[in-house]
Design a binder for this molecule. Structure first.
Ligand code: NAP
Ligand code: G4F
Length: 346
């Protein structure tokens, strides 16, 4: 009997890789998609088959984490064995502009989903997408017992979501886990996160369709891993005998400037000729240094990363060059920057 999974945030970076992984393991996958006036399924279109096709194993449903009755209804209908809650307003800088929406989706959305599981009484296992952003100002290395000191409305919302997940585990005996994932990136990363923004710019400048890249703080340090590897850890967490919380990270640290240097050097450019500072990309409070200690995940789950930041920078830049060559409409970096009217800097 194949298992059934319900994935919120399936249209996002991680949702797309997780859907691929689960389908490869013969799961039936149900994804929750927000209704938008434009298509937002480009990351999973390659996985989709018409639901009339007897081979179809991926099914999409409209839903939103701000809509409790819809979530309960979907759970009742799908009756999943595993629930992966990846949906969030996930952009740290945007969370300063939209703190209330961020709390509603990222924090309260988690409660809505957990409460729906509790009320329906389904014996499903629950994965919560927790974040290294919760550690914030606490110095590295950060592990499962490191105190939280969030530095953004997003980080605060994720701390709430972390604790409500633990609370439902302790209070109601739910099989509920927190995956505390450090930054993970890929060619499918949202275009306003720094790694994708930099990789796209390096490729576009090389191709002669862009000249300058504006960035904020180049000194911040992050533990950047490869998203395609991190979804494996999510799945492993739900296959254990008992629920627990795990840090997922590479254990290596690089500055934003290091990442910029890698991307530009990969296309034989000197980043200093093209990168300019713009204070609009600074945050009201910054997270200076994140480096994860994932030894528990290695010991218990047998999970270990193989891709580190320099290789990640190269593979992301290569993907952008390839997309430019093919004029791939699926990647925003192929669209001339002025055509993308962004309401605020990120
Ligand atoms: P992402 O690309 O921004 O995807 C977020 C997903 O959430 C999208 O599918 C988005 O839908 C959906 N979503 C947003 N608001 C929603 C709402 N109100 N109701 C339902 N769905 C909603 O993020 P990601 O990088 O894949 O990350 C996945 C999860 O891991 C997030 O919870 C994030 O906070 C967390 N996390 C990420 C990292 C990282 O480095 N990537 C690290 C730690 C934790 P649309 O496509 O319609 O926008
Ligand atoms: O790529 P970022 O926006 O990622 P950030 O803030 O670390 O958050 C990501 O990782 C978290 C895990 O720790 C996730 F929970 C969260 O959902 C998200 O996926 O920024 C990385 C660093 C920051 O220090 C930022 O100040 O890059 C710096 N930065 C410098 N210039 C910039 C820019 N960030 C962005 N987005 N855009 C810039 O122009």
């Amino acid at each position: 009997m194949s298992k059934t999974a319900l994935v919120t945030g399936i249209t996002g970076q991680d949702g797309s890789y997780l859907a691929e992984l689960l389908l490869s393991k013969d799961y039936v996958v149900h994804g929750v998609v927000r209704r938008a006036s434009t298509f937002n399924t480009c990351r999973i279109d390659h996985l989709y088959r018409d639901p009339h096709d007897p081979e179809a194993r991926l099914f999409l449903h409209y839903g939103d984490l701000t809509d409790a009755s819809r979530i309960a209804c979907l759970l009742e209908r799908v009756k999943p064995d595993e629930v992966y809650n990846l949906a969030a307003q996930s952009h740290v800088r945007v969370s300063f502009d939209e703190p209330e929406f961020t709390a509603n989706t990222t924090a309260l959305g988690t409660t809505r989903l957990l409460e729906a599981i509790r009320m329906t009484g389904l014996p499903c296992r629950y994965y919560q997408a927790s974040s290294s952003e919760m550690f914030g100002a606490t110095p590295p290395p950060q592990h499962e017992l490191t105190p939280f000191h969030p530095r953004s409305p997003y980080g605060v919302a994720k701390v709430y979501a972390y604790w409500i997940t633990r609370n439902y585990r302790e209070a109601y005996g739910l099989y509920a886990v927190n995956g505390i994932l450090f930054n993970h990136e890929s060619p499918r990363r949202g275009p306003t996160f720094v790694t994708r923004k930099v990789a796209a710019a390096a490729a576009r400048i090389k191709a002669g369709v862009q000249d300058t890249l504006y960035l904020g703080n180049l000194d911040a340090r992050r533990d950047w891993g490869y998203a395609a590897e991190y979804v494996e850890a999510m799945w492993l967490m739900l296959q254990q005998a008992a629920p627990d919380d795990y840090v997922v990270a590479t254990g290596t640290s690089h500055s934003v400037q290091d990442f910029v240097e890698c991307c530009f050097a990969h296309v034989d450019l000197d980043w200093r000729d093209h990168v300019r500072f713009d204070e609009r990309y600074l945050r009201p409070a910054e997270v200076d240094d994140l480096v994860g200690d994932a030894s528990k995940a290695a010991r218990v789950l047998g999970w270990e990363p193989t891709v580190h930041a320099p290789e990640l920078a190269r593979l992301m830049t290569d993907a952008e060059l390839e997309a430019l060559r093919h004029g791939d409409p699926g990647t925003l970096s192929a669209v001339p920057a002025p055509a993308r009217h962004q309401p605020a800097p990120h």
